[in-house]
Design a protein around this ligand. Structure first.
Ligand code: ATP
Ligand code: MG
Length: 364
């Protein structure tokens, strides 16, 4: 397959970890006979320095044309002056909005060799393999906000169509997994949650008879996520609940340096990849930030970004075997004890290059 991948290195350790992921994508492309073309564009602080804007029009246009987008991280002390009117983070929000990325996927699969990195007891973590699907473009974060002298309000609003598309995405994902979806809401209190539950129930019943859908109230979900994380497969929820639950879920895996994410838009014709797979526009990035404290030192953990590249292969290019191959290579490197400093118990880990080389070696 031919595919064009736009790479947005961004700031801090972003360029270091995206370079690692690109090397891995090139290697997996060679192994399976694909031609991946990489187009690098600025975003965030790097783009502000170069053009004055956090998301230059040329960067957005390239992303809109591409088959997928791989992002490092944006932001850093250089651009965090509270008086600044342009900020790196605006670039990220703007590209998510412009690409219509309504579903944020965060898989959490603690690795046996790194269980010690989590604050949760290891016996609860063995076998955990879940994915949170968070609605990303609706709900209270985007509703009308009002402020008077002695009160404030934020409107939470969801349309049937917004709920349908994210529930469909979760159910489709669950089909390739264990066929179970947990929909999280607060239907005992909130009207938007009652609508959410109705729509989720209908979509699952009418369009995914092979999927088992269960409902869970968000407060009890927060508890169960820590008490019995093994019980969950695909969790789908609205924007704010998802924001909170994804941060909670990330603690199951321990280090930020191991967690990938995908933000997906609608499927449909776009990009250049020529085959029958239904293209899904997607932006792939590690969940960690730009880590300015370690930037430029060659010690950043590249695994989260490499695993994000695996999600790119899976969700935007439809290359499941290739995605699994990359995930196995990262597992292999961890099994072989190739830990960067954030994972090493004594803090003495290998550098970004050595960790990347270990993954490349596993790919052979
Ligand atoms: P943001 O607001 O952009 O999410 P943040 O302030 O939450 O950023 P990060 O940039 O994610 O924070 O960094 C948090 C801590 O984790 C820092 O000490 C950083 O060095 C460390 N860290 C983050 N990513 C990595 C990585 N890939 N490898 C090693 N350490 C990392
Ligand atoms: Mg953060």
């Amino acid at each position: 397959m031919h595919a064009e991948i736009v790479v947005l290195p961004g700031d801090g350790i972003g360029p270091e970890v995206t370079a690692a992921a690109v090397e891995v994508l090139r290697a997996v492309g060679r192994r399976y006979g694909h031609e991946f073309r990489f187009v690098e564009k600025p975003i965030g602080g790097a783009a502000i320095d170069a053009t004055g804007e956090p998301l230059p029009a040329d960067t957005l246009a390239a992303a809109q044309r591409a088959d997928a987008v791989l992002l490092g991280a944006v932001g850093g002390p250089k651009w965090s002056d509270p008086k600044a009117t342009v900020r790196p983070e605006q670039g990220l929000l703007a590209i998510r909005k412009a690409l219509g990325l309504y579903a944020n996927l965060r898989p959490v699969k603690p690795h046996a060799a790194a269980l010690g990195a989590s604050p949760i007891k290891p016996h609860l973590l063995t076998g955990v393999d879940l994915i949170v699907v968070r609605e990303l473009t609706g709900g209270i974060y985007f509703g009308q906000k009002q402020r008077t002298a002695d009160s404030a309000s934020d409107l939470c609003e969801y349309s049937v169509a917004e709920i349908e598309r994210v529930v469909r995405r979760a159910c489709t994902l669950a089909r390739g997994l264990r066929g179970r979806v947990t929909s999280v809401d607060k239907a005992n209190v909130l009207e938007t949650s009652r609508l959410w539950r109705e729509v989720a129930t209908r979509v699952a019943r009418d369009e995914f008879p092979d999927i088992t859908l269960e409902h869970q109230l968000v407060d009890s979900m927060a508890m169960h996520l820590l008490a019995k994380p093994r019980e969950y497969d695909v969790i789908v929820t609205e924007n704010m609940f998802g924001d909170i639950l994804t941060d909670e879920a990330s603690m199951l895996a321990g280090s930020l340096g191991l967690l990938p994410s995908a933000s997906l838009g609608s499927s449909g014709a776009h990009g250049n990849a020529k085959d029958s797979h239904q293209k899904v526009i997607g932006l792939y990035e590690p969940i960690h930030g730009s880590a300015p404290d370690i930037a430029g030192r060659g010690i950043a953990n590249p695994y989260a970004t490499i695993l994000s590249a695996a999600m790119l292969l899976r969700h935007s290019l439809g290359l499941e075997d290739e995605a699994k191959c990359v995930e196995k290579a990262v597992s292999g490197a961890l099994d072989a004890g190739i830990f960067t400093a954030d994972l090493a118990p004594d803090g003495h880990g290998v550098g970004t290059r050595a960790a990347t080389a270990a993954v490349l070696e596993q790919l052979q």
